[in-house]
Design a protein around this ligand. Structure first.
Ligand code: ATP
Ligand code: MG
Length: 254
């Protein structure tokens, strides 16, 4: 599935009739099967952009099309992983993972696939555990499994690994890339971590500036699995960091 954003603006109402402009005239076209990273500092509008793509927030101006059709509400073909784990507290791990599929009447090979995903996410032994007994990182892995089980055509991920330790994070980054290579979904992944962006993305979109929008995009022409110590990685990292610093210095002075 493809995603097209055209002149997308988002403003939030503020007290005393004022408005906060978060995104200004964002044009972004995402092709089938791309793994696009949205990279930017805290508060630059990354989650807002992703929520707009999910259809969870109304646009102030502009248009978002998925496979050419204008969207204005969520759809199961676009799975979302939120910045904070969002599990149903009265269901256990297994039940949370299959909840959406069961609701939509999709029962095919659910048991086998649930067991596989639980294993991949390192959740074996926790199948019957309720969310309040899980760590934040474990709960986020349940959310990932829940998203993957429905074979989404678009996966929207909002800093899904931010609360994980380095080893678990690196393991899940690899797993997610393997899933993506097999299932060939279109991914939009939000992060503020440059290394994570270059490790995973086929394209990195820098968000920021004043007014906020797309600063620059970078194609990542490096083979998977990527080597953080390679020259290509280092050069791209330096270029992105330089651009982010320039942008930050620019509006700090204003
Ligand atoms: N529902 C809302 N109502 C009012 N303002 C909002 C709302 N959601 C976000 N904002 C504002 O929009 C701006 C962008 O927020 P957003 O959550 O998109 O940033 P972000 O890039 O995801 O940041 P972080 O990396 O910290 O998650 C912030 O100034 C925030 O205060
Ligand atoms: Mg955010």
């Amino acid at each position: 599935m493809t995603i097209q954003m055209e002149k997308v603006c988002k403003r939030f109402p503020q007290p005393a009739g004022k408005e906060l402009s978060v995104l200004e005239e964002v044009d972004l076209s995402i092709g089938e099967g791309e793994f696009v990273i949205i990279l930017g500092e805290s508060g630059c509008g990354k989650s807002t952009l992703l929520n707009l793509m999910a259809g969870l927030l109304p646009l102030s101006e502009g248009e978002i099309r998925v496979n050419g059709r204008r969207i204005n509400q969520p759809h199961p073909s676009r799975a979302m992983i939120f910045q904070q784990p969002s599990l149903l507290p009265w269901l256990n791990v297994e039940e949370n993972i299959v909840f959406g599929c069961k609701l939509r009447g999709e029962h095919d090979d659910l048991t086998v696939r649930t067991a596989q995903l639980i294993e991949i996410m390192g959740l074996s032994g926790f199948e019957k555990v309720k969310p309040h007994e899980l760590s934040l990182g474990m709960a986020q892995r349940v959310c990932l499994a829940r998203a993957m089980i429905g074979h989404p055509q678009i996966l929207l991920l909002d800093e899904p690994f931010a609360s994980l330790d380095t080893i678990t994070r690196s393991h899940l980054q690899e797993e997610l890339i393997e899933f993506w290579m097999v299932e060939k979904f279109t991914a939009v992944f939000v992060t503020h971590d440059i290394d994570e962006a270059i490790l995973m993305g086929t394209r990195v979109v820098l968000l920021g500036g004043r007014p906020r929008g797309i600063l620059k995009t970078y194609e990542v022409n490096l083979n998977f699995p990527r080597d953080i110590a390679s020259r290509g990685f280092f050069l791209l990292r330096s270029a992105i960091l330089k651009k982010l610093r320039e942008s930050f210095d620019g509006y700090q002075r204003r």
